[in-house]
Design a protein around this ligand. Structure first.
Ligand SMILES: [Zn+2]
Ligand SMILES: [Zn+2]
Length: 315
């Protein structure tokens, strides 16, 4: 807010989302949330089988890493280079998180970094001001209100690199089909393993709806909580924060203050105890030879970025 950055131009969006997919935005934001609220009382009645729990966890990990490693650290920020199979696999895995097609996600997120917490940011909790009432409204907007805005971030301006890529174009266009796979895939496995419709239904509920709702709210917390409360040990030009309690469910994305201080870094959790599962996954891809030119943080760079240099975490 105190920054002197260029005012946001008016043409950050180039068109409106079509009414039919927009209806689905409402459906996919609200139905899984209702499922989540219903989940706790139902859990006592149905129980949660090991199969449902395993499917839910497996889908959570694959789709979250698809977003954090794929959509975010790779496609948005280019923090490493990937071979073609990994590039396609990351685009598909991220799509399974039902957070929108890859180019929309990347365009919104690049715009977030360009205008973080100033006019033009698609999801800043500081949008309405700093009074308690403004922050309550801002929290809702940053957490999920912003996704109901029909204007779509201009892809020619923010994602020209992805528009030129036929592989990514195919995955982008397959988003609806991948959403169906994400929701009904676990039901199919649950049904086949238990050989029952009931097994299919409980797998759909837990590993489809509830898993999507939990992953949505964890991902959205990076936009809301991690720009509102938490630690600011790094020099970022916005209000991003580190929130340790979200580190594991967010796969390391809640070390968000370091991320804004050094957006292309492949590792966001740089302190000794700052668990960053996404960074560990990128390291695994590097060891397997699927990823290269990984931008790992150096001690020298971190020393420059520390808000108080003498307190730079050891790496
Ligand atoms: Zn941010
Ligand atoms: Zn980012």
């Amino acid at each position: 807010m105190t920054e002197t950055r260029p005012a946001a131009p008016r043409d950050l969006s180039d068109r409106l989302r079509h009414p039919v997919p927009h209806l689905f935005v409402y459906a996919f934001a609200i139905v899984p949330a209702i499922a989540l609220v219903a989940a706790v009382p139902l859990a006592w009645g149905w129980g949660l089988t090991w199969l449902d729990a395993g499917l839910a966890l497996g889908m959570y990990v694959v789709s979250m890493l698809g977003v954090t490693v794929g959509f975010h650290r790779y496609f948005t920020h280019g923090s490493f280079k990937a071979n073609r199979p990994l590039r396609i696999a990351l685009a598909i895995a991220g799509s399974l998180a039902v957070q929108g097609p890859v180019r929309h996600w990347v365009a919104d997120h690049r715009r977030h970094h360009a205008y973080a917490d100033v006019e033009g940011d698609p999801h800043s909790p500081w949008r309405y001001g700093t009074s308690p009432a403004a922050l309550v409204r801002g929290f809702w907007h940053a957490h999920m209100g912003w996704i109901f805005d029909r204007s779509l971030t201009d892809q020619r301006r923010f994602t020209p690199d992805l528009l030129d890529d036929p592989d990514i174009d195919r995955v982008h266009r397959a988003f609806s089909a991948l959403t169906v796979v994400s929701l009904l895939g676990p039901a199919l496995i649950g049904g086949l393993v238990t050989w029952s419709w009931w097994g299919a239904l409980t797998a759909f509920f837990w590993a489809g709806l509830v898993r999507v709702a939990v992953s949505h709210h964890v991902a959205w917390s990076t936009n809301s909580i991690c720009h509102l409360v938490g630690e600011r040990p790094w020099r970022a030009r916005d209000r991003s924060t580190n929130v340790w309690i979200l580190a594991i469910p967010s796969m390391g994305e809640s070390w968000h203050n370091l991320h804004h201080a050094d957006p292309t870094s492949a590792r966001h959790g740089v302190g000794r105890w700052e668990i960053d599962i996404s960074a560990g996954t990128i390291r695994l891809f590097e060891l397997l030879g699927w990823a290269h030119d990984v931008r790992w943080p150096t001690a020298k760079r971190l020393a420059k970025l520390a808000a108080r240099p003498e307190q730079a975490p050891a790496t």
